[in-house]
Design a protein around this ligand. Structure first.
Ligand SMILES: *Cc1c(COP(=O)(O)O)cnc(C)c1O
Length: 421
């Protein structure tokens, strides 16, 4: 229990031990009020890419804050947003030509779905079905919850969630079932868009599928005039080894959502990129075809300046090499779990490494998460398992020694599960 008025996200305050305050951040480390250094092995919920407080990004924030605060983004525009849009189009898969700003991953996906539905509405087709993948996660607003996996996290809101069509996850050897399911949904002629996390389903348990499946899904979508929305909110900015995960499949989505690593994790910002066809469907002298979406803080100039600086870091520094080095470090360290009977499904996509802990019973599953979190915390590690899935997604500046500490703790933590301590 706590006497603070703050209500924290995804936190059961009745069970949560008192929270320490973080007083500063540095590289891959959080520093708490007692001076303890905690390895941020999950990049503060997947947002920090290069490391905390990258000097170039923080300098850009300081400089922008000397000139700007929030500026209305209708009637007027500003240089950080213009420069960022040009920069995003340059690095994004070719064919994405327009950039719509919002403030979080959830809103980026809401915007994407509205773009897709607006496209069909404005071009006279009555398509309104959205196809998603089983175990997907696209955010916590009512719309994005509707598209995500249903369960305890959204049971209370179920009556208000809209219906979507779900593809089975493409398990190895069963990929064709996923493709066939998509093809048959598309045949209805009602599918506006496939909304999908490319290569890695993050919150759904770091489930990884091969680029070829994404490429095949895109081909089917094209055949049926269905749009593909790539939710790259987690996978973007190097996480899976390439700047965007779609690149590995050679896929250019019709709409791409980016947020978490967009500012290197320093400030909240999101962008939804789309093709000319989608923009043009909203381009008309008829006002009713306008894209009716905005949030008050759209394209905050300081956040845009941070994102421009992030693009600069990608250009000026060997970020791709760091991503490759971190991927190799994971590969070496994951190998030790391959033959360990306590682990299953040892897997990796670039800088993301995950293992399933074999748990004695399903009932126990619910208990193990909090226990493991405490176990890791006591060792100065911020690691938050998703059920029995333990994963590492550290900032790219993480050292070999820090990573070793994390892997050693995971190995030790597995014994905890076995003994039921
Ligand atoms: C985190 C996440 C979101 C939601 O982003 P928020 O900024 O938390 O709203 C959407 N999609 C994916 C794939 C995510 O990982």
């Amino acid at each position: 229990m706590t006497d603070s008025p703050v209500w924290h996200p995804f936190t059961q305050h009745a069970l949560q031990p008192p929270m320490k305050r973080i007083v500063s951040t540095e590289g891959a480390t959080l520093i708490d009020q007692d001076g303890n250094r905690i390895l941020d092995a999950i990049s503060s919920w997947w947002v920090i890419t290069h490391g905390h407080r990258h000097p170039a990004i923080m300098a850009a924030i300081r400089a922008a804050s000397e000139r700007y605060d929030q500026i209305i983004f209708a009637e007027y525009t500003h240089e950080p947003a213009e420069e960022l849009a040009r920069g995003l189009i340059e690095v994004a898969p070719p064919g994405l030509t327009h950039v719509f700003y919002s403030d979080s991953g959830s809103t980026a996906v809401e915007v994407a779905m509205k773009m897709a539905l607006g496209y069909f509405h404005n071009t006279g087709a009555s398509r309104n079905r959205i196809v998603v993948m089983e175990h997907g996660y696209h955010g916590d607003t009512i719309g994005t919850m509707s598209t995500g996996e249903r369960g305890v996290f959204n049971a209370a809101y179920e009556p208000l969630l809209f219906a979507v069509d779900r593809l089975p996850f493409p398990h190895m050897g069963a990929e064709q079932q996923t493709l066939d399911a998509f093809e048959s949904f598309c045949r209805s002629g009602q599918v506006a868009a496939l909304l999908i996390e490319p290569l890695v389903l993050g919150a759904g348990g770091m489930r990884i599928y091969p680029p070829s499946v994404l490429a095949d899904l895109k081909r089917i979508a094209e055949r049926h005039g269905t749009l593909v929305i790539a939710d790259e909110v987690m996978t973007g900015w190097g996480r899976t080894g390439s700047l965007f995960a779609c690149e590995q499949a050679g896929v250019v989505p019709d709409i791409l959502c980016t947020s978490k690593g967009l500012t290197g994790g320093a400030l909240p910002l999101a962008a939804t990129l789309c093709t000319t066809a989608i923009f043009d469907a909203h381009l008309s002298t008829e006002r009713r075809k306008t894209f009716f979406h905005s949030s008050s803080y759209t394209a905050n100039p300081i956040a845009c300046a941070a994102a421009v600086a992030n693009l600069g870091v990608w250009k000026a520094e060997p970020v791709r090499e760091r991503v490759a080095a971190l991927s190799a470090m994971h590969r070496q360290r994951l190998a030790r779990f391959a033959d360990d009977p306590r682990f299953a499904a040892v897997r990796q996509a670039g800088t993301i490494a995950a293992v399933d802990l074999k748990v004695p019973s399903g009932g126990y599953l619910a208990e193990i998460g909090p226990r493991l979190r405490t176990f890791f915390k006591e060792r100065g590690l911020l690691i938050r398992p998703l059920g029995n899935v333990v994963y590492l997604m550290p900032p790219y500046c993480v050292t070999e020694a820090d990573l070793d500490r994390a892997y050693d703790a995971i190995e030790e933590g597995a014994s905890l599960v076995r003994c039921g301590v």
